[in-house]
Design a binder for this molecule. Sequence first.
Ligand code: AMP
Ligand code: MN
Ligand code: ZN
Length: 814
Amino acid sequence: MEERLQEVSRALSAATQTAALLPDATDLDFHSSIDPSFKRALSRVSEGLGALIRRMSEWVDAPMGDASVDDMIQPSHFSATVGDAIDRLLEQTDIYLDEFAGRRPVATPAAVDPASASIPAKGKLPRHLLQANIPRPQDTFTTRPDNRADTAWSRPLRRGKPNAQVPLGYRDPAWGITESSRVAGQYGVEGDARLNPYYVEIQQTPAPLHSLRPPEPKAPKPMDIRAPDSSESCPFVWVDSLAKLEALAAHLDEECVQEIAVDLEHHSLRTYAGMVSLMQISTRWGDYIVDTLVDEVREHAEMLNTSFTHPAKVLVLHGADHDVLWLQRDLGLYVTNLFDTFHASKLLQFGANSLAYLLLRYLDFEADKRFQMADWRIRPLPKEMLFYARSDTHSLLYVYDRLREELLAHGGPVSVKEVFERSKATASKVYAKEAWDPVGDTRSGWRTLWLKMGGDLARASQDALPGTPMGREERLVRRLHQWRDLVARDEDESPHYVMPPQVLIGLAFRPPATVQEAAARIPKNLAVVQRRLDELVQAVAQEQAAYQSEAQERVESASGDTFALHEEDVGEAVLDRLAPAEVPKAVQQARLDTETSLADVRVWEQPAPAAVREGARLFRGLKTSATETMKPVTKKRKSLFDKSTPSEKPVESTLQRIRAECVQWLGGLFGQTVGVPTTKPAPIEPVPEAKASPTWDAPRASPATKRKASPAPVEATPAEVDEVDAIVPVAKHPKSQPGPRAQTETKSAAVPEFDYAQAESMLTAPRASSGSSLLRASGSVKGTKAGKAAKQKSNVRSGNRSGTFAAGRPGRGK
Ligand code: AMP
Ligand code: MN
Ligand code: ZN
């Protein structure tokens, strides 16, 4: 391993040296000024590139407005401009290829009749089935969703509480439930289970005797895929009226009906909280599909509670964690005696726990799971979708029998009871609204999005020291994300539908200053945003102003502040003139001094030199000195202060000289007047981790410096590092903070695992351009949030609001 690492670093150092010879952005000006032919060639290439990009952007209808070429190819803007355009180009190509190959009907969405268009047997579902262009059903609902974040969810039982063992509203005083337990507006959480109106019944109802008797499984007759609504081998009813609902309720109430299989299909793109679009029900006597988009059916569905909560009836669902919540939210339905086949499959320790697996295991039936993603609001249902929906419950009672057979054989009645026991937790879940998540770490949170799509800037900020103020773009992502959430609630659309993440990130990198600019930049099909451009521009302006004024405050109160500075910041101008032995000291001292000689904020907003950023990226997984320089500089500084007792003061005159040079150099570079410190900084107080001390943008905020081989980083002794770590833990984020012990294990905890599988390509492949790293960044860092987020991309794309499938909710085996 040691050898391998050396090999890697040898290869990298050669590459780095070669790269350093290339003129960088700051050198170009210099060369241009002394060589007119160089200047001409340069501008020819730039203009050519610019024209090319612009032309491409027009082809894919992603106008770039008046952005300059420089703007476009800035790594930080690349994903917002070129990356976005390429994404669209690829997507469009995909569509046209599908059309060409006959996998997709060539037509405008409006002209497609989803029910009659044929669906390809393989590959992605056609777009008109994933996102149908149809009127929104909720616009005619009697009960409209209340999306406000500041009110608790509540849906009173309109028909009282059938099968009650305790009256509606019963609260055991021992529970200590207060009104504030009805929390609204936490994100990714459910309500208090004891507020479930059937909580007591769910807990107290024992498994019905019939469920413990040896079953006699009888496979249901298979359905005809060409006639999924056929009643030939098994009765089928499409329930789309109050009368049919009443007939269904009467059937379910019959004493002979001891088991009811239920499944739901759900839609979440064109609505904020999601809507149950279909309820499939099967008994031993037939299959029913309830059209829960029919207003009167929706309004009266609650009548099924008499059977759903009956103590002698078993409700069989698969992976019901979501279904239970959706049933309450939209239909006022509760389930008392749940047998979740997922829990059974878990208990039996099957390798896979999806319904698809169970159907395969017991019936050799291959479910076409592509339809999970379909737009279930489409009516009439295309027959392929009807077939899928019906098959989700058609055989579920048979699966229930087979599972109980295996459970009884392996563990006896106790194991069947155990499945009921585990299902109680699922059945007693309580729906709660989600609030916007200010931390942003949830699956569709702003921070997750930022880390996934923010490119180099996001990576740099992830490496930043605790307390580092957020950069401009990051703040804008948060603000736009919050604004999008408000709009989505107001319009009853999903945030994703209002503004897809690529567009949001694009706006954060190139914030529109005027309504006209915003109108030009935002795709025309984002109708909701196009209607609210003034609000958008206002939100952006407010955030920009807040950023500016906070930055200003930091300047004004900077004397006691800390910020990180690393070798590159010192500048070779100073270092070149020092004897090698002086370098480490000079670097340290320059840090000390520059901390107090705070230049104008704008100096520190300059992006770090490309080499530094690229280096950090390459070395991310490796614990090398390059990584060190990007990281915990504060620690070293703290140690220095601790040590600089009066007797050990470094030679004053050298310090003065270095400081003066630094200051001059910084000032000259950016045309800013840089204040010279007059006093020594006071020793720093231990920083409690929760308190975000105002600090400067860390590594990425260093001024652009010339890149030559940078001096060896100053190594803090392990003792110093440890000592300081205990005070200022390397916290990446409140949620990812290790425990007290882990904190002292320092950097190893903060540095993501190096992905050795990638090592080969790092050596052989040409250096990834910033552009490609931006486009592909999400998948490249194994095991990070961004990486995980990328895996969810397909869900997001298909319009399944990721919040609905929050990772924190267990028990779903798909
Ligand atoms: P199912 O019980 O598998 O039929 O799924 C019920 C509903 O959950 C579907 O209609 C989808 O809205 C949603 N759903 C299921 N699986 C997924 C998935 N893998 N990704 C996103 N949404 C899903
Ligand atoms: Mn389901
Ligand atoms: Zn289903």
